[in-house]
Each structure stands twice: as structure tokens, then as C-alpha cells.
Design a protein around this ligand. Structure first.
Ligand SMILES: Nc1ncnc2c1ncn2[C@@H]1O[C@H](COP(=O)(O)OP(=O)(O)OP(=O)(O)O)[C@@H](O)[C@H]1O
Ligand SMILES: [Mg+2]
Length: 364
């Protein structure tokens, strides 16, 4: 761990520890953190620099309710194991873990080794895989249907145009115009269902350029009573990706947030655009050393409970004029970059997170 001398063997041990999915925290006899691995940093959202030498419960308040047991383990020199324990800190959703506390003695030094296996992530990975398979099946069905609708549509529109030429009087024109307009509307829908009809064009790009572009687009649409805040991590390296697709994906998510806020006049709507670099992140079973995370957070009403499980399915909408395609399209585009899109929502806070890996070679 980071406190110990960096001999060659130690460096290897450090990188091994950082490669673990299990979060490992080492505390000394005063319950100050002596070291922690990357999984622990990610699990509790703390940086190593900040946490080392801090009191455990101060750096990671999740442990505050567990303090008596931890102190006891140290004084009795007896560890414990607990399954499916929920660790939480004020204002954040709890983390479910299996954890083990083991006392150790290093010369005269006593301490505790805390190993925590996060279960939420495990549950989520298998659920992700299951959902991905479901989505794939429904996408194929929809694409098949969309093709069937698309072919006769051209014929219907063409025939209406011919009729218009045959009967130029205004009474018939009214009907043919209805046919043409409705055929165009259907065409538009079908095109969205079929998705992008070009191959992805991947280039090296900065994720902030994409997010800023989206911010400017929605701001140009005129957003009354909605404030767009930015919280960017400038250290995120460039990514190899299709710029247009990423813009589309982020735009669909931000537009939803705006629509949810607009449906709630009177309250001051806030959308936060946040970027982060996240280390050691698993997407559909593939472990990535580094991923870019884009969060879109709004303080709107939240996603209705009955829709929540289904929002990534096509044609699922909670809006009277919605087509229910924005999120499945965003998901498709993020998946085609080997990424992941997920959502957490409750009244007053909805967060969509897009994760994009840096090594496209290791994507599934
Ligand atoms: N930030 C959000 N807050 C509240 N509800 C949301 C949010 N984002 C999505 N939803 C819900 O999820 C539904 C599905 O979103 P999706 O973007 O797929 O379709 P849509 O917005 O209804 O239609 P489209 O995007 O095709 O115009 C929305 O209709 C809305 O009910
Ligand atoms: Mg939408």
C-alpha cells in the first residue's frame, strides 16, 4: 500500500492491489487510514491523497455507524465477517457489501485490514448483461418491423402526389396533403427506429467539446427558468469516438432532463453537466483501466416508478408527445462505443451516467 517503501516488490504489490475488484483499506491502531486500493477509492469516492493519514470515519463516513464494532475488533484483536451489509452516508444511496475485518500485527504496530466486496456492482453487471440481451432482441424485432413499414410508405406517398396532380382542385388537395404529411411523419419515425444508416466515423476527440456542443445547442433552443451548470474534470484524456453519435446520445439525455423540468413550471430547474475520469470500471464483464464518465443530473420530478425499468426500451414514453426513442438511441450509440449508460432517479434528482472506455480495443 502507498505508505510503505516503494521497493520493486512493493510496486508490484501496489499494482496487484489496484487490480482487485475487492476494496481493501488498511487502518493503524488509531484507526487512521494507512493505505487503500483503487477499488476502495472508487467505492467510496475518496482520493488516496486525501484519505491516507485521515481517521477512517472522517475520510469515509460510511463507517461511522460501524465504529464501535471496528474499535472492538482492534481491542479484542478479533476480526469479523458480515454479509450483505448496507453502508451509507447521509444523502447518498447505501452501498451493499460483503465485508471482512482482519486484525494484523506488524512488529509493534497493530492495525486492521478491511476487505469489502461490493455487491451492487455484481448484481448490476449480471442485470446489465441480461438487459443488453433483452434490448438486442427487441431492437431486432423493431428493425424488422420498421423495414416492412418503410417499403410501402414510399409507394403511398408517391401515389398521393400523383393523385394531387390528377385532381388539382382544393378539396382533393386537402386529403392528399393529409396522406403526404402523415406518410412523412411515419417515415421520420421509421428512420429513427432504424437508427443511423452510416458507419461510425471514429476520431480522437475531447469529451468536453461534445458536452459543450450539446450545452450550446440546448441553450440556443431557449431555456427559460432552467440553469445549466458545468463541472468538468479537465484531466480527462482524449477519446477515440464518433463525434456525431456522442453528441446525439448526450443531447437525447439532456433534452429529456429539460422536458422533465419544463413540465414543472414554477420551480427553478437545474441541469448539471459533470465529467469525471473513473478508474478500474467494469462494463458488461470487461474491466477497463480508465473510463470517461459524463453525468447529466436534473432536479426535476424523477422518472415515474412504473416506467423506470423500461425507459431504455423503444416506444416507452411518459410524455404525451414523446416517441420513446431518445434513450434507446442514446443507449445504442453508447453501446457501440463499448460503453454503458445507467440511471438513478428519485423525485428531485435524476442522474443519467454515460461511461465510455478509453481502450476501444478491449470493448466487447
Ligand atoms: N430526466 C428525466 N426525468 C424524468 N423522466 C425522464 C427523464 N429522462 C427520461 N424520462 C422518462 O423516460 C421516458 C423515455 O425517454 P425517451 O427519451 O426514450 O423518450 P421520449 O423523451 O418520451 O421521446 P423522444 O425522446 O423519442 O422524443 C420519457 O418519456 C420520460 O417519461
Ligand atoms: Mg427523449
Amino acid at each position: 500500500m502507498a505508505l510503505l517503501p516503494r521497493t520493486a516488490a512493493r510496486v508490484r504489490a501496489d499494482s496487484l492491489l489496484d487490480g482487485l475488484t475487492t476494496a481493501v483499506i488498511c487502518v493503524d491502531q488509531n484507526l487512521r487510514i494507512a493505505g487503500l486500493n483503487s477499488a476502495a477509492e472508487n467505492l467510496f469516492g475518496v482520493g488516496r491523497k486525501h484519505a491516507v493519514n485521515e481517521l477512517l470515519v472522517q475520510a469515509i463516513p460510511h463507517f461511522a455507524p460501524q465504529l464501535p464494532r471496528i474499535t472492538q475488533a482492534l481491542s479484542d484483536f478479533a476480526g469479523f465477517i458480515e454479509r450483505e451489509s448496507r453502508l451509507s452516508r447521509h444523502g447518498e444511496p447505501p452501498i451493499t457489501v460483503d465485508w471482512r475485518v482482519t486484525p494484523f500485527m506488524d512488529g509493534k504496530l497493530r492495525g486492521l485490514l478491511l476487505e469489502l466486496l461490493p455487491l451492487d456492482r455484481h448484481l448490476r453487471i449480471t442485470r446489465d448483461e441480461w438487459l443488453a440481451a433483452q434490448h438486442q432482441a427487441s431492437r431486432e424485432l423493431i428493425r424488422g418491423l420498421a423495414h416492412e413499414i418503410k417499403n410501402p410508405l414510399g409507394g403511398i406517398r408517391g401515389a398521393a402526389q400523383l393523385l394531387e396532380r390528377e385532381f388539382p382542385d382544393s378539396q382533393h388537395r386537402e386529403y392528399t396533403q393529409v396522406i403526404i404529411k402523415e406518410a412523412d411523419r411515419l417515415q421520420n419515425l421509421v428512420n429513427r427506429l432504424l437508427g443511423p444508416n452510416r458507419l461510425p466515423k471514429k476520431t480522437s476527440l475531447n469529451i468536453h467539446e461534445v458536452v459543450e456542443h450539446v450545452r450550446q445547442l440546448v441553450q440556443a433552443e431557449g431555456v427559460e427558468n432552467i440553469t445549466l451548470l458545468r463541472d468538468y474534470d479537465p484531466s480527462i484524456p482524449d477519446l477515440v469516438a464518433d463525434r456525431e453519435q456522442l453528441i446525439q446520445a448526450v443531447l437525447n439525455v439532456v433534452r429529456n432532463a429539460m422536458q422533465a423540468l419544463a413540465a414543472r413550471p414554477g420551480t427553478r430547474g437545474i441541469i448539471q453537466l459533470r465529467t469525471r475520469a473513473k478508474r478500474q470500471f467494469t462494463i458488461a464483464g470487461v474491466r477497463h483501466r480508465l473510463v470517461a464518465q459524463i453525468d447529466v443530473e436534473d432536479n426535476g420530478p424523477g422518472i415515474p416508478a412504473e416506467l423506470f425499468e423500461k425507459i431504455f426500451y423503444p416506444m416507452v414514453t411518459g410524455r404525451p408527445d414523446g416517441t420513446g426513442l431518445g434513450l434507446p438511441i442514446a443507449q445504442y450509440m453508447v453501446h457501440s462505443h463499448g460503453g454503458l449508460i445507467e440511471c438513478a432517479s428519485r423525485p428531485g434528482q435524476t442522474i443519467f451516467s454515460i461511461y465510455l472506455p478509453f481502450e476501444p480495443g478491449s470493448t466487447p
